[in-house]
Design a protein around this ligand. Structure first.
Ligand code: DND
Ligand code: ATP
Ligand code: MG
Length: 264
């Protein structure tokens, strides 16, 4: 589709830049380190690896937070990541907390988006519980591809103190992850939010990440018109329109909530 890969020199530069960013964020906040959710997916695994390079293993605390819909494979991969990186981690089940929420408000029971987002928000509460208690920053794991189309839960996995890989497209996440030594089976894993059963990112968004990345680079973040993008990438207009709609509809997730302008 379009080749977004970094050169070898750029990869090393990028690695230094992102580890430097994590260190600066922690120093500027006077934090003693960072905490992040480990899902067994590539985004959190890459972020955790960079954080260990930046802060040392003692500086990083992982949270493995299984829900009813989490696969055992992903949760055991998440623990393997923590063990390989030699960071401290806790395993805390989120489902009892989500069940308590649904006992308090049973109307949402069975609404898979509302309940799925509640799972992501319970994880955010746990991240901040640890962050407050241990004077750590919460590291986000979102990349540019997800952020641009709002493919994250507002105040769920979006509730973080900084986004170390927030400027990388998904293809670049994969490449950098390989470069820093993330195991190949995790790099190759099908991306999933695991907010409800059988969910995959590409199925829900209606396109694969290579197509999404290419449209973002050329049209949303780049200078090409819809027509030029369709010609260059050999994609149809409807696909480009879908990306633009997701981008525009999710603007509210990337900005500070507005308040009315002060009266003169
Ligand atoms: N125009 C607007 N201006 C201001 N606020 C607006 C708004 N439109 C909606 N809202 C607010 O935003 C809410 C909807 O946003 P939100 O609660 O996020 O919900 P929503 O965007 O509907 O769902 C989250 C999406 O992100 C995906 N996700 C979530 C978590 C992780 C991952 C992953 O890849 O791991 C993916 C998930 O599968 C789903 O597709 C509304 O209920 C409303 O409160
Ligand atoms: N079961 C879980 N335990 C702990 N953290 C989780 C869990 N599920 C999701 N998260 C957090 O939410 C983030 C967003 O999930 P997302 O699926 O976008 O990333 P990923 O799983 O790391 O990578 P991929 O997108 O390739 O699946 C994760 O990176 C992780 O920090
Ligand atoms: Mg995932």
């Amino acid at each position: 589709m379009i080749d977004l890969r970094f050169s070898e020199a750029e990869l090393e530069q990028r690695r230094d830049h992102l580890t430097g960013f994590i260190r600066e964020q922690a120093d500027a906040a006077g934090a003693d380190g960072a905490v992040l959710g480990l899902s067994g997916g590539i985004d959190s695994t890459l972020t955790a690896s960079l954080a260990v390079e930046a802060l040392g293993a003692d500086g990083v605390h992982g949270l493995v937070l299984p829900a009813e819909v989490s696969s055992e494979d992903n949760m055991s991969d998440a623990e393997r990541v923590a063990q390989d990186l030699e960071i401290s981690y806790d395993v805390i089940a989120v489902e009892p907390i989500v069940e308590t929420l649904l006992e308090a408000y049973p109307d949402a029971d069975g609404d898979h988006v509302a309940v799925g987002n509640a799972r992501a928000r319970v994880r955010a509460v746990l991240n901040y519980l640890v962050a407050n208690h241990e004077n750590r920053l919460v590291l986000g794991t979102g990349n540019r591809s997800e952020a641009a189309v709002g493919y994250f839960t507002k105040y769920g996995d979006g509730a973080v103190d900084c986004h170390p890989i927030g400027n990388l497209y998904k293809a670049q996440v994969r490449q950098l992850a390989r470069y820093v030594g993330v195991p190949e089976d995790l790099v190759e894993k099908t991306p999933t939010a695991e907010l409800w059963a059988e969910q995959t990112d590409e199925e829900e968004m209606g396109m694969d990440y290579d197509t999404l990345d290419a449209i973002l680079v050329t049209h949303i973040d780049g200078p090409l018109s819809v027509d030029a993008t369709c010609r260059l990438l050999e994609v149809d207009e409807a696909t480009v329109a879908t990306v633009r709609e997701m981008y525009e509809a999710s603007e509210h997730k990337r900005t500070v909530p507005p308040a009315p302008a002060p009266l003169e």
